[in-house]
Design a protein around this ligand. Structure first.
Ligand code: 5GP
Length: 114
């Protein structure tokens, strides 16, 4: 059983600013934002990283993308654009080992990575 900070947020054991939630995923504001809009789209199913995704999880990935589309519309930057990032394991810069996607926008993002 995995027990990351994101599991604790999902279980309401620690606080977070929740932007959206349904049975599949939760969206929270990143505690250390790298852009004016920086959210984390986190599936509720315990999946350590991209490397542990299975074909049966494809609907989760699609729901993460459609949630990003909805957030972009709701926040008025669907035509301006945004950046989605998934860090995988240590070399990819992952620090919380529950699958998540960064969503950044609110300004013209530079060429760097989150
Ligand atoms: P990673 O480096 O694993 O791709 O991203 C983890 C992200 O989680 C980081 O951007 C970090 O700022 C964010 N984060 C870490 N701890 C917390 C927390 O307790 N609350 C929130 N809202 N974000 C967190």
């Amino acid at each position: 059983m995995s027990d990351t900070i994101f599991h604790k947020i999902i279980a309401r054991e620690i606080p977070a600013t929740i932007e959206f939630e349904n049975d599949t995923l939760i969206v929270i504001r990143d505690i250390n934002p790298q852009a004016p809009f920086h959210c984390l789209i986190i599936p509720k199913k315990t999946i350590r990283s991209i490397q542990q995704l299975e074909p049966e999880d494809s609907h989760i990935l699609m729901e993460m993308i459609s949630t990003a589309q909805k957030l972009a519309k709701d926040n008025g930057f669907d035509s301006k654009g945004y950046r989605l990032i998934m860090n995988c394991e240590e070399w990819g810069g992952q620090t919380v080992f529950q699958l998540h996607m960064h969503m950044l926008s609110g300004t013209h993002l530079s060429g760097g990575f989150a």
